[in-house]
Design a protein around this ligand. Structure first.
Ligand code: CUA
Length: 354
């Protein structure tokens, strides 16, 4: 009875672990379901390493079990003093050479992949985006297209996109697990990587370097669209002029307040504002209404937006927006939110890809 109870307990434990671990990955936020070149290369290396390690594990465990059970002293065996040996050149050579071979098997493809992923010789022929990390958001400048945006990065499917990474403040790390490996974002030198996504969709990106109290909220998205949609999006972004937006009365009042209250001194509402190379203070809001999330984690709804404007620090501790603007009453917040939720330059949106 006792034995079967403990067996049951072990089974239950195993089941629980399987259940918990199986929920570890989200399909658009996991390196284990690769949807891009870099992630694919990483996955191949993960598999190779796992196979080699499993082989080592099995050999060691089998040898151990064999030794324990085969050579243990059995009932009635005479007490003997085993022959004392020392040094065995053949054995020592074997257990030195085998690990070296195993390390080479893992090292060669790793080094090859590392160099391939760092190769930027064809950079000029592809889309280039200057990516700047800020506490706790990301700014994107599409170099040749001369458009800027933040948080949601639009890229075409099945083509290389080069990212030139730098930070305005502390160290960050750019990581879209489903599409590529991560790369450090330093303040003094530009680090370049490329991403190439194989499937359309919205992929979740994470800052992978501890950068302050809201590090875990420094999320972003890579929106992978078809080539036609990408061209359309670029054109829409280039043509967009928020002054020309036809707004309803409330939103128009919101736009006036947005300027009056100084929001505009940190947040652009037109992509063109930075192309001269000036740097933004706060996230570019050009396509705010099209965002998959804002402030990294919030759905772009009226409710979450008013909550955010009321007290950003309650949602994202340590963000630099808190305390930079005066008191706004509920009515003013409501109008500003209404305005932001109409900033939609294009029909190509993250929502249409989610
Ligand atoms: Cu930026 Cu963590």
């Amino acid at each position: 009875m006792k034995a079967s109870l403990s067996k049951l307990r072990t089974l239950f434990l195993l089941g629980a672990i399987t259940l918990i671990l199986s929920a570890c990955g989200r399909e658009n936020l996991t390196a284990l379901v690769p949807k891009g070149y870099g992630a694919d290369e990483s996955m191949k290396l993960i598999l190779l390493t796992t196979i080699v390690m499993t082989f080592v594990f099995l050999v060691v465990i089998i040898a151990l079990v064999l030794v324990i059970f085969k050579f243990r002293k059995k009932k009635g065996d005479p007490v003997i003093n085993p022959v004392q040996v020392e040094g065995n050149k053949t054995l020592e050579a074997v257990w030195t050479i085998i690990p070296i071979i195993l390390v080479v098997i893992m090292a060669v493809p790793t080094v090859v992949a590392t160099f391939q992923l760092a190769d930027t010789t064809d950079q000029e022929s592809y889309i280039n985006i200057d990516v700047t990390g800020y506490q706790y958001w990301w700014h994107y400048e599409y170099v040749n297209e001369e458009i800027t945006t933040s948080q949601d990065m639009y890229v075409p499917v099945n083509t290389k996109v080069y990212l030139n990474l730098i930070t305005k403040d502390v160290l960050h790390s750019f990581w879209v697990p489903s599409i590529s490996g991560k790369l450090d974002v330093n303040p003094e030198n530009v680090n370049t990587m490329f991403i190439e996504a194989y499937e359309e969709g919205v992929y979740f990106g994470k800052c992978a370097e501890l950068c302050g109290p809201s590090h875990s909220l420094m999320d972003f998205k890579v929106v992978v669209v078809s080539e036609e949609e990408y061209d359309q999006w670029v054109k829409d972004m280039q043509d967009f002029d928020s002054e020309e937006l036809e707004l309803d009365t409330v939103a128009a009042e919101g736009r006036a307040l947005f300027e009056e209250k100084g929001c505009l001194s940190c947040h652009a509402t037109d992509s063109q504002n930075y192309t001269a190379g000036n740097q933004p203070i706060g996230p570019d809001l050009t396509q705010f209404a099209d965002r998959s999330r804002f402030a990294g984690i919030l759905e772009p709804t009226k409710e979450s937006l008013t909550d955010w404007i009321k007290d950003p620090d309650a949602i994202k501790p340590g963000n630099l927006m808190t305390g930079t603007y005066g008191e706004l009453n509920d009515d003013e917040i409501d109008k500003i939110a209404e305005f932001l939720l109409q900033l939609s330059p294009s029909d190509v949106t993250a929502a249409s890809k989610e």
